[in-house]
Write a protein that binds this ligand. Structure first.
Ligand code: SF4
Length: 410
């Protein structure tokens, strides 16, 4: 039986060189990793090889982590990007009832809230004045929402901040908007685009397997609906992220199937900007309390999903993001050594809240990002939402901005 890595081995893997670990890796795993390192492309990995990588333990896992870092270096360079943004979660009222969610509230709960259009426009203006280039707008799904409310949010925010990039509305919200308006999906998405929607978060994916989804949330959109929204958005010129929630009741086979699906969609549409693994936060969730899920990901799982994504998606989706809000800062850095190249957003919301006297700590300043990135010996760069513009924050040494941009995207 394969041994599991100790936490010390996992925490120290960035010091390992490929030559030191290669001889200890099992032959099939080594062959698969060498193939991707040689070609910079995960397209030829068989489903069986991907399964071996997803189940890798011990030296095979250490090999996967070291190889993913080499593939990242080749495909995304030494730059670590981030976007200066603000989250606007406009309501926490939601009828969907996902068992993994600790955010939603019933409409009569004391701490439920609903921001007005004016409040959202004001938040966007504040963010713009403080240097943000993106607002990420998502919310719960309240009963009785006015049919064109999502369009009205876009109009309010765009008229207050015409140059702000609006990254908004999960596929679940899109399905709800279609239901509320009675419009065909494509028309609805084009209408949102024409009113200011720039990109769509690929959230609400969780695990794209309906048996698992039914346990996570009986009322959530199906995996086919998620894919339809994403493909249609890409067809309308609206790019999206791709996400996967890990560390609950899913298996390595679910990871492989989902990454293979994202790769196939990307090869057809080219519409994904990045892949974002989202670790399950188990505290205060029904899913965990009812014994349906494990207590979040282990250190090995956190590192493995980033590394597996880098290797499987190589040549198709070349930006792998760490979700630093769900990881801690040290773990984010380790994941950035395990194939990831993007820190995500600064999430200015909490900065403003903190300045207003709140104590929540869900904010990382651009300066903190820069320090964390340079501590790793990498180059910090602020990016636009779609990675089309990079602004280096230190002298880049061997790599120019132009090279970085050229090398970045498939
Ligand atoms: S739809 Fe979103 S806000 Fe509503 S319960 Fe599910 S995860 Fe929470």
């Amino acid at each position: 039986m394969t041994r599991a890595c100790t936490n010390a081995e996992l925490e120290n893997f960035p010091a390992l060189e490929w030559e030191q670990i290669a001889g200890r890796i099992s032959s099939p795993v080594r062959a698969a990793l060498e193939q991707v390192m040689e070609t910079g492309d995960g397209a030829d990995l068989s489903r069986g090889e991907c399964g071996e990588l997803a189940r890798a333990e011990g030296d095979d896992l250490l090999g996967l982590l070291v190889a993913s870092d080499a593939v990242r270096r080749d495909l995304a360079g030494n730059i670590v990007t981030y976007v200066v943004n603000r989250n606007i979660n406009f309501t926490n009222v939601c009828f969907v009832g996902c068992k993994f969610c600790a955010f939603s509230r019933g409409p009569r709960e004391a701490d439920s809230y609903f921001l007005t259009l004016e409040e959202m426009a004001r938040k966007a203006t504040e963010a713009w004045d403080l240097g943000a280039t993106e607002v990420c707008i998502q919310g719960g799904l309240p009963h009785g929402l006015s049919p064109f409310y999502y369009r009205d949010i876009l109009r309010a925010v765009k008229s207050a901040t015409p140059k702000m990039h609006i990254h908004a509305f999960s596929p679940m919200e899109i399905v709800y908007g279609v239901e509320l308006t009675g419009m065909p999906l494509r028309d609805y998405l084009c209408m949102l685009r024409d009113n200011g929607l720039d990109t769509l978060p690929g959230t609400a994916a969780e695990i794209l397997d309906d048996e698992v989804r039914f346990v996570l949330s009986r009322n959530k959109l199906t995996s086919a609906q998620w894919e339809e929204v994403i493909r249609t958005a890409h067809g309308c010129g609206i790019r999206t992220t791709s996400t996967l929630m890990y560390g609950h009741m899913e298996t390595p086979e679910h990871w492989v199937a989902q990454l293979a699906k994202f790769r196939a969609i990307q090869e057809e549409t080219g519409g994904f900007t990045e892949f974002v693994p989202l670790g399950f936060v188990h505290q205060n969730t029904l899913l965990f309390q009812q014994g349906l899920a494990r207590s979040g990901p282990t250190l090995a799982e956190h590192l493995k999903i980033h590394a597996l994504a880098r290797v499987m998606l190589a040549g198709a989706i070349n930006n792998i993001q760490v979700s630093w809000v769900k990881l801690n800062r040290r773990l984010s850095q380790l994941c950035l050594h395990a194939g990831a190249n993007d820190y995500g957003g600064t999430l200015m919301e909490e900065n403003i809240s903190r300045e207003a006297g709140a104590t929540a700590g869900q904010y990382t300043s651009p300066e903190e990002f820069q320090a964390l990135i340079m501590e790793m010996g990498r180059i910090p760069a602020e990016r636009s939402t779609t990675y089309t513009r990079l602004h280096l924050k230190v002298a880049a040494g061997a790599m120019t901005t132009e090279q970085a941009v050229v090398e970045e995207f498939a």
